[in-house]
Design a protein around this ligand. Structure first.
Ligand SMILES: Cc1cc2nc3c(=O)[nH]c(=O)nc-3n(C[C@H](O)[C@H](O)[C@H](O)COP(=O)(O)OP(=O)(O)OC[C@H]3O[C@@H](n4cnc5c(N)ncnc54)[C@H](O)[C@@H]3O)c2cc1C
Length: 736
């Protein structure tokens, strides 16, 4: 739908361009015409100097704004009429104003459309323009080989600010304006436009254009040298890659380094496997499994079993969790990595220079040198400074695994993935769980209906879910531990929640202190700041995993690990920008929630128009047979196309089902192809195909189908010839 101001603008532009062509105004902007009229124009100008300036500027601005050819001729004319100084001033302003108007026209009419259609592809360009747009524009403006009007229009489609566009254009075009205006002062001698820029002049402009690029590279090099200048570089190195931290990011980095035959040192101060193995993914999934079994036993009659009960000991469940960790442990062990060729050191690392790391092991300290260092030191649970929290004592995902006595009343602070997974597990194990979340809903990153589905299930399972409750203070009264919250939806009324244990799961903070970042002055915000190649401010020091973000998952840590290993070992010959275009994740609550790409909230935030196709899993044969007929597959596609922007799956095995869509998005496979792929019957995976079927039905070519319907109707009719033939056959039969 075209809005009114846009429509008016389009009409205005069409009218002006039509006038231009109908009245052949272009013939006024030829070299011959200007030369012939030069004397009379000059007379008119000396009689009406102000009017001449205003008319000239108005014509110039109009021509540039409408992107009509003629700017070069007008610049010469400016020189011929107004001389070098005033010609340059007038042309400089008129051309910059005209260029900015053309830029704004392109922006108003096309930018939204271009960004919506190709936003995902343009992401890198947009980010580049936001960061260095002025610089690129300046380079383009310096070299008059790049067409003036093309730059105006293309820049309008990017996110560069109009004011930046104006001033950079004016400054960048000044040199070329001066050359053309100067040439215009000698108009009589000019035979063609091409002649103005001699090869020498062109080369000078190209050099001028290259100058900012060279300057930028040189400055970067100087900056880099400066950052290294105070450090003494070793003449040889003990390793090519020294990795600090043996969690998901560090292990995969070391693995890749060793696989490509580099000398790799891996330092881990605590347990190999880091968070994921010891306190994160593995224990939580093991606990979730035991809790799920209990929930199935409670649902026994849904499966046609009259009665089933379970007798269990909480401590044994927690021991099973440890058993699972022990079973997985060899995958991440010192032994395995040593066999892979990695030199594993159990000790605490501290970076002491861009190439040296001090390691404390069992009381001894040694210094190791490395050409590259990878920081993979992970994150830890963030504990908010709520009054009294230390006095009541708290659990986090670090130590909850040590529990052997089940908390009767468990309070969980936080409605994110970790808080939700542990809330449901403990509730299923029999704790009375109250979950407190400050925001209006749990799992806030997901679409509202997704939170709603999980919330409904939580409440049905007896979880006391308190959203919009802000923890104010903890206290102990008559031996009872109490949390005082503010009910944000109820005039901040104070609410008291009594509990036996509190589990804090309000987010994770990157480990940034105590191992040398401060001494090296490596910039950090909430995480270590890295560039697109995952380099810190020291190009040979990289960071990967939770310590740098932006995602905090094992698979993203492993994904980044590939980039840091390859970039560190093969740069400057080859280096890769980390690609975050298709990042999936799952929250392992029931109903399970998995996502890849955009959901509706994010699409709307980014101004991307989309279509939604949905398939409700309550209709799926396999889900019905399994008593798991709930949830949905929701796919966002580019309007009118089958290109997938993002998928959310809620339901049994959502984390596994999403893999098909991760693959599809990664390799640009659309819904049509998913629809034409055979899915085994009866499986949950059929849901992926059925949603594609729903999309297809919504995009059925109605007009063509109407014609096809007519075609079938015609084919049902008997022709006259067939009627006659039938009649003669029956007549012959009667005669016989
Ligand atoms: C309860 C829970 C459940 C989770 N579930 C999932 C899930 O289902 N799926 C998923 O993808 N992700 C999950 N995660 C997140 C996942 O665990 C992390 O994203 C992942 O472990 C990050 O890996 P990392 O290598 O960056 O950091 P870590 O695994 O934390 O590793 C960092 C390592 O560095 C070591 N270290 C730190 N400083 C030093 C030093 N100075 N010297 C030597 N060693 C040092 C630490 O001891 C640690 O072993 C979960 C997390 C939690 C807490």
């Amino acid at each position: 739908m075209i809005k009114m101001p846009r429509l008016l603008l389009i009409l205005l532009i069409i009218t002006l361009i039509s006038i231009w062509f109908i009245f052949d105004l272009g013939h006024f902007l030829t070299l011959d015409y200007i030369k012939n009229q030069q004397a009379s124009i000059e007379v008119w100008k000396s009689e009406n100097p102000l009017l001449a300036v205003a008319s000239f500027a108005a014509i110039y601005i109009t021509v540039a704004a409408l992107s009509i050819p003629g700017a070069a001729i007008l610049t010469l004319t400016g020189g011929a009429i107004f001389g070098l100084l005033w010609g340059t001033v007038i042309v400089s302003f008129a051309s910059s104003i005209g260029a900015t108007l053309a830029f704004l026209v392109a922006r108003l009419l096309l930018k939204d459309w271009v960004q919506q259609r190709f936003g995902d592809k343009l992401k890198t360009i947009n980010e580049g323009i936001e960061k260095d747009g002025a610089f690129y524009l300046f380079t383009l403006r310096l070299v008059p080989l790049f067409p003036f009007f093309v730059i105006n229009l293309l820049m309008g489609l990017t996110p560069i600010r109009a004011s930046t566009f104006y001033w950079v254009s004016q400054t960048g075009m000044l040199a070329a304006t001066l050359v053309y205006v100067n040439a215009g002062t000698q108009l009589a001698q000019i035979e063609s436009l091409q002649g103005i820029l001699s090869p020498e002049l062109l080369i000078s402009f190209i050099l001028l254009g290259l100058f900012p690029l060279i300057a930028q590279k040189t400055l970067a090099k100087i900056k880099q040298n400066k950052i290294y200048s105070k450090w003494q570089k070793p003449s040889t190195f003990d390793s090519n890659l020294l990795v600090i931290g043996g969690g998901s990011a560090g292990l995969v980095t070391a693995y890749i380094g060793a696989a490509v035959k580099a000398k790799v040192i891996l330092i881990e101060k605590n347990k190999m496997g880091g968070d994921c193995l010891n306190t994160g993914c593995v224990p939580s999934k093991a606990l979730i499994r035991s809790a799920k079994l209990l929930s199935h036993i409670q649902r026994a009659n849904e499966f046609g079993i009259k009665k089933a009960s379970a007798e269990f000991d909480f401590a044994e469940v927690m021991e099973r969790v440890q058993r699972v960790i022990k079973t997985v442990e060899p995958h991440d062990s010192v032994d395995r990595y040593t066999k892979l060729g990695v030199d594993v050191i159990q000790g605490e690392a501290r970076i002491t220079s861009p190439w040296t790391v001090e390691v404390k092991t069992n009381g001894s300290v040694k210094t190791l040198t490395s050409r590259n260092i990878v920081i993979a030191t992970g994150a830890r649970p963030f504990v908010p400074p709520v009054t009294g929290i230390e006095e009541v004592g708290y659990l986090t995902s670090d130590n909850v695994w040590d529990l052997r006595e089940q908390p009767k009343r468990l309070l969980v602070l936080g409605g994110g993935p970790i808080g939700c997974e542990l809330t449901q597990s403990f509730a299923r194990l029999g704790s009375k769980v109250t979950q407190v979340e400050m925001l209006p809903r749990i799992m806030i990153r997901e679409d509202e209906e997704v939170s709603e589905m999980v919330t409904t299930r939580f409440r049905n399972e007896g979880i006391d879910l308190r959203t919009q409750h802000k923890a104010k203070r903890f206290l102990i009264e008559n031996g009872d531990k109490i949390l005082i919250c503010e009910d944000l939806a109820n005039d901040c009324k104070e609410v008291r929640i009594i509990f036996d244990q509190v589990l804090v799961a309000v987010g994770r903070a990157a480990n940034l202190q105590g191992y040398g970042l401060e001494e090296l002055d490596i910039p950090v915000s909430n995480t270590i700041e890295t560039n697109d190649y995952l380099q810190t401010s020291y190009p040979n020091i990289y960071a990967a995993g939770d310590v740098t973000g932006p995602y905090q998952f094992t698979h993203t840590a492993a994904h980044q690990a590939w980039y840091v290993a390859v970039n560190a070992l093969f740069s400057p010959f080859k280096k890769f920008r980390v690609d975050y275009s298709v990042i999936p994740w799952a929250t392992f609550v029931e109903p399970e929630v998995a996502r890849v790409g955009l959901n509706e909230i994010e699409a709307q935030q980014r101004g991307i128009t989309y279509e939604v196709s949905k398939y409700n899993i309550d209709d799926l044969d396999r889900a019905i047979a399994d008593e798991e007929a709930h949830g949905m597959v929701k796919v966002l596609t580019v309007t009118g196309k089958d290109k997938i922007l993002g998928v959310t799956i809620v339901g049994e095995h959502a984390g596994d089902l999403i893999a098909e869509y991760v693959m599809a998005m990664k390799h640009n496979i659309g819904l049509n192809k998913i629809l034409s792929t055979i899915h085994i019957y009866p499986t949950m995976a059929e849901a992926n195909k059925y949603v594609a079927g729903n999309w297809k039905r919504a995009h059925a070519p109605e007009k063509i189908l109407q014609w096809v319907e007519r075609f079938h109707a015609i084919r049902r009719r008997t022709t006259n010839k067939e009627v006659a033939l039938k009649a003669s056959v029956s007549a012959a039969k009667i005669k016989q």
